[in-house]
Design a protein around this ligand. Structure first.
Ligand code: DHK
Length: 153
């Protein structure tokens, strides 16, 4: 993540299996791919005046390292923690340590799904949560992040 752009940098971080978007359970997650989500975020970033660093990993440690890197470098974090949502206290701790605005995104409405998905450890470290609105949720998250950053100025 670089400081070279004059625009505020927002990291859009995606957890495990998000690389399978478009193929995985399309009846739940839709047919759009992760490349489509990245393109949507790039377009939203251009419109909102944000630089976007879009990433996906299947590893919890890598996700946590990326979150740590955001401290002092990014202005905010949009995260879809995917399966680590309901398991990772370490990810929550990393997000809290950044002291940055965080928006948690889920493509599906986790509260309408299996009970084990209902509790998010990450939400405790999130400024806001968007779920159940499909991949448009990423655009809503970036719009909200732009508003939060503007209010900080
Ligand atoms: C994505 C996942 O991979 C699941 O583990 C979460 C989330 C829901 C989503 O809706 O984007 O439970």
């Amino acid at each position: 993540m670089s400081l070279s752009s004059p625009l505020p940098l927002v990291a859009v971080l995606n957890g495990p299996n998000m690389n399978m978007l478009g193929l995985r359970e399309p009846e739940l997650y839709g047919r759009a791919t992760l490349d489509d989500v990245e393109a949507l975020c790039a377009e939203a970033g251009e419109q909102l005046g944000l630089a976007i660093d879009f990433r996906q990993t299947n590893g919890e440690g890598e996700l946590i390292s990326w979150v740590q890197e955001c401290r002092g470098r990014a202005a905010g974090i949009v995260v879809n923690p995917a399966g680590y949502t309901s398991t990772s206290i370490a990810l929550l701790d990393a997000l809290l340590s950044t002291q940055l605005p965080v928006i948690e995104v889920h493509i599906t409405n986790i509260h309408r799904r299996e009970e084990f998905r209902h509790h998010s450890f990450v939400s405790r470290g999130a400024t806001g949560v968007i779920c159940g609105l499909g991949i448009a949720g990423y655009r809503y998250a970036l719009t909200a992040m732009a508003d939060l950053l503007e209010a900080q100025e």
